[in-house]
Design a binder for this molecule. Sequence first.
Ligand SMILES: [Zn+2]
Length: 593
Amino acid sequence: LTPVKITNDLIEEIKLKLDIVDVISEWVSLKKTGANYKGCCPFHNEKTPSFVVSPDKQIFHCFGCNTGGDLISFVEKIENLNFPETVTKLAEKAGVEIKRVNYDPKTIEKISKQKEFLDINTKTRDFFINNLKKNLKSLNYLSSRKIDEKIINDFYIGYAREEWESLSDYFKKENISLSKASELGLVKEKNGRYYDTFRKRIIFPILDHRSNTVAFGARVLENKKDVPKYINSKDSFIYTKGDVLYGLHKTANKIREKEYAIVVEGYTDLLSLYQVGIKNVVATLGTAFTEKQTLLLKRYTNKVVLFYDSDSSGIKASKRSLELLLKKGFDVRGLFLEEGMDPDEAVKLIGKNELIEKIEKSCSLVYKVIVDSFSDIKNPSDLASSIDYVVSVLSNIPNELEQKQWLNEVCIRSGFSIQDLSKVLKKYKNKEVKNTGNNKSINFLDKINDLDKKLIKIVLFKNELCFKVFDQEWEKFLPNYIRDLFFEIKQELQKTNKLSLSDLLLKCKKNDLNWLENIISEALMGKDTYEGLDIEKEFQGCILKYKIKLLEKQKNSNLSKIKNNIATDKTLREHQAVVEEINKTKKLLSVFE
Ligand SMILES: [Zn+2]
């Protein structure tokens, strides 16, 4: 658990000892075609292969979903690990020695405490698993719910015995600190003695996406009055409720493959779907979606189907999650079956195939919110508060076109004009700007346009053009991230005379520019080559287009000053000059096209 010191040398050594084709072959069946290997992409669902691996360049790229990168990115993505974890794993695989970072004592203490707590949880988990094997009653219960051995193993399901001190005795025998176990909520202290928290219950360990056992959930064997059906671990040093999506350690790849996630509330809901083969599921464990959970899920998909109990509390819970999910750019669907039906009953009553059909046809939750809000209007104040609520929900949608379409729907149902509604919307948008700081990394990829891609590709094809950007002071026309990238390339070239692809990819990873890898791999594997083309001309064409973009921006800002009567003589002169410069640049551009 101690962090690895990641150096360029370490990465180089790993890449020297491991071949990308060998490693990817463990996951994808690859066939040789020409210089490259081809297969069906593991990151999206496809039948015709568009996933290419280049042994020469040691990179991969999928032309279906545009995912790409090197060996490390592949393992990072497919195993759901972070960068340091991936490097550690691959270093071990390659037999390369890794150096650990020297941290201050406080951090080391924190890390070792974390490790110790996780160890206690893992041992506890195994203890419960052993109990289950010997307990016929609980095995019968699970099989009555069609939870077979494979699922029991996959989700580490166990059993807590009826005795008051069975786990506590085990801890004593194993020399495990009871006070730490009590910090984890596994035992409770009373008059100097420790008693088990979970008794006579089926245990559902809660694993995070890296397969660490961070907490436990427990369900009674028989429903009894006055006994809570479910109890869960309290928050601890290693567990915060709302940080984990239950099941993700097992379902992440299925979610990526199906291109959407079904979201249920509890672990038994998830297992009900899982046991009939509906496996692209996660459970939020009884809370509305948290920011952490949305970001976690966003790694695998942009689309969710919320499948909560179809009673009023389930509907409320899904509406509570809606705004946050919309804000993060999710397409949010909701599945609401007949009154009160939960996922387990749905599987039994409707059957797998029909249920899948219902899930895939589930309607937009935004639509449901709109319909529900205007279905029972009795007086003007109802109408006003409905409009307020619906528009506040819509204000979270980042895509303006989509937002507009929903506003139209509200127009039709409320009888208000789009202008009136836009005014309400503006109110919420202003609030939004004040509330959120800058979350520039989110949806950044959506903003990269073809021009950006083309320019990056050209410079990757002919690296020396980087120098020209800075010599001619053209960098002022470029978006920040391209300027930074080119600056890195320039420095690298000055130092070593040769651009190392591996170093460049590493820089992307270290600077949280993972999305850039996709563009780099696309550029290097793509069919569009600049061989035979006048590349300098293409390059200058791009630069001129950026220049025009910037000038247009200046023009518009001056125009708005002129319109609002706040333009000075200087502004007017500047406006004139900008317009002339635009025309001049456009003329020049026509020579390059
Ligand atoms: Zn793909």
